[in-house]
Design a protein around this ligand. Structure first.
Ligand code: ZN
Length: 144
């Protein structure tokens, strides 16, 4: 993996270690770009896990590989329920106050820029950019 590739990028993703992202959620880091701030991962989410509330500071895209993702409470609450095979686009600036996994789930995700984690008042508590993600992954992978 390289931050500034000048040629094709090929990753044997199944051979990468899983590194903890947050409780119940692990990821494989496929690619980061220092140039554009893009980062691409596969998330593996245990049943009962969730992402902390966040705002996208760049647009993101996902493709569901397995399981189910409930965005903003899921379809029953006016949000999105994404199933295996489904694709989603999340525009820059969108806020996800609740993203839950009721069953074991995997999805491909790429974001074109950072994500800001926010508190109940919408204040930014942490910013996750490609550089921090790479640090977390390299640290976790070397400990694995
Ligand atoms: Zn989100």
């Amino acid at each position: 993996m390289t931050a500034e590739a000048r040629s094709d990028v090929y990753v044997a993703a199944e051979q990468l270690p899983w590194v903890e992202f947050s409780p119940g959620i692990a990821f494989r880091l496929l690619r980061v770009s220092a140039e554009t701030g893009d980062w691409t991962v596969i998330f593996r989410c245990d049943a009962g896990s969730s992402f902390a509330p966040h705002r996208h500071l760049g647009p993101g895209e996902y493709l569901m590989l397995a399981g189910k993702m409930e965005v903003r409470g899921g379809a029953a609450a006016g949000g999105v329920t994404a199933h295996a095979g489904d694709y989603g686009y999340e525009p820059s600036g969108v806020v996800h106050d609740s993203t839950c996994f009721t069953e074991a789930t995997r999805f491909y995700f790429t974001n074109r820029g950072p994500i800001a984690f926010i508190d109940d008042a919408g204040r930014v508590t942490d910013v996750l950019d490609w550089r921090l993600l790479l640090q977390i992954y390299e640290k976790g992978a070397s400990a694995a």
